[in-house]
Design a protein around this ligand. Structure first.
Ligand code: GLV
Ligand code: MN
Ligand code: MN
Length: 423
């Protein structure tokens, strides 16, 4: 069981309730291969959203799904004219994910709103919890769909977004409670978000490695995603002599190594990853004719990201020339990084200090909905340690003590910014 917090005489999160909800939600979309798979707008995602909405309604809170499929939870009779201290994250996952990425931040935000529903003092900012739709984009390739809609920056429509089998988002969005013809109405009006707070597992090794309990996020990485197609020449695996070949797969292998080199040796960006890879025709006795892959390049600095893009084009041109193949490259996503608000950082640090929790300022290498909200509201992010620094895998874990500690910091931070007199 989590260790008791220092007594402050102030409202506290309900540790047992929070941990129980985390465990129950992890069963929804449990993947027979291991981990949890609740791809955004899938049937499992729908069940996850329904679970959280039921928990909220069962606690006497108001829960509604907006036009873009975001679940929003408010106190009963919430004052909608006040700016919100909006708190949340996402419920969708990657394939065979862990139980905490996104879900933890949503369930902690729900607990905070539930606690503050019973708080009698007037709050300057109305506490609101949100589960943003499709942060990961595992099924429909538009990560941050929900937070882009809330900040009014969504450029795609439900009709032009299709999954791998060619089905549009229209029906899945409707099934989740959204409205494919009115997604733009999910935008929050200017000034209505007084602050956005996202509590999340770190997904990296810094907190565990330094013995800190709380991370105060300084900024969130930017990211450029490329789609690359290598066009070689398919042929008979037994009859085409090696010197006559234009093998798309051996060329693709060079591309993969060049991508690694960009981040590792050239250090033009922080990290670079080939995450998807498809071979055509994918047959034992045929020389691969076409290979498709994705490249995900990340850095906090927009200048370094642009530099990495130039370096990537140069590397791919060299590979293509050396191998007599055609290497086609296209940018499919440019996600701008974001800096967190210095005032919110100080408030999070103060909340951690008040609870006796050592904290560390650190950057985020993972993307978060917070970065989509950053252009329209001040953002703050709180991290808790990830055991072994791992995430996006079934082994993802954080101790109960740390999960509860993070939720307490979220509550104290929300109260500090929500109360006229936060003492
Ligand atoms: C989101 O989880 C990311 O890929 O950073
Ligand atoms: Mn993730
Ligand atoms: Mn996440």
């Amino acid at each position: 069981m989590p260790s008791p917090q220092r007594s402050t005489g102030l409202p506290d999160v309900d540790a047992h309730r929070l941990l129980t909800r985390i465990r129950e939600l992890a069963k929804i979309g449990a993947d027979p291969r291991g981990g949890v798979t609740r791809a955004g707008f899938s049937a499992a995602d729908r069940l996850g959203i329904a679970y959280v909405a039921d928990q909220a309604r069962g606690a006497g809170l108001e829960a509604e799904v907006d036009q873009a499929g975001n679940l929003i939870v408010r106190r009963p009779n919430a004052d909608r004219s006040r700016p919100a201290v909006l708190m949340g994250s996402h419920l969708d996952t990657v394939v065979q994910a862990g139980p905490l990425d996104g879900a933890y931040g949503v369930l902690a935000a729900l607990d905070v709103v539930q606690v503050l529903a019973g708080y009698q003092e007037p709050l300057r900012y109305e506490p609101v919890a949100i589960a943003f739709a499709n942060e990961e984009g595992a099924l429909f390739p538009c990560p941050f769909w929900g937070s882009l809609a809330v900040s009014g920056r969504l450029e795609r429509t439900a009709d032009d977004l299709v999954d791998r089998s060619g089905c549009s988002l229209r029906e899945p969005l409707r099934a989740i409670g959204g409205d494919p013809d009115a997604v733009a109405a999910a935008k929050w009006r200017a000034g209505s978000i007084g602050a956005y707070l996202e509590l999340h597992i770190e997904q990296g090794p810094a907190l565990e490695g330094t013995g800190n309990r709380i991370g105060v996020v300084e900024g969130i990485t930017g990211r450029t995603v490329f789609s690359v197609t290598v066009h070689g020449a398919a042929g008979h695996a037994g009859t085409v002599p090696m010197d006559y070949r234009a093998d798309a797969l051996t060329t693709a292998a060079r591309v993969v190594l060049a991508v690694e080199e960009l981040a590792r040796s050239q250090e033009v960006c922080t990290v670079a990853t080939v995450g998807r890879f498809q071979i055509e025709p994918d047959v034992t006795n045929v020389i691969p004719g076409v290979v498709r892959m994705t490249i995900d390049v990340r850095d906090l600095s927009p200048q370094r990201l642009r530099g990495a893009e130039e370096a990537l084009y140069a590397a791919l041109a060299t590979v293509a020339t050396d191998t007599r193949t055609r290497v086609q490259v296209e940018v499919t996503d440019r996600i701008t990084g974001a800096v967190t608000d210095p005032g919110l950082r100080a408030t999070i640090r103060a909340a951690a200090d008040e609870l006796g929790l050592p904290s560390l300022d650190l950057p985020s290498g993972a993307g978060h909905d917070a970065q989509m909200i950053a252009p329209v509201a001040p953002i703050g992010m709180i991290f808790v340690p990830s055991e072994g620094g791992v995430s996006h895998v079934p082994e993802e874990n954080t101790s109960d003590d740390d999960l509860v500690a993070g939720a307490r910091v979220l509550l104290r931070t929300a109260m500090r910014i929500g109360l006229d007199d936060p003492s």
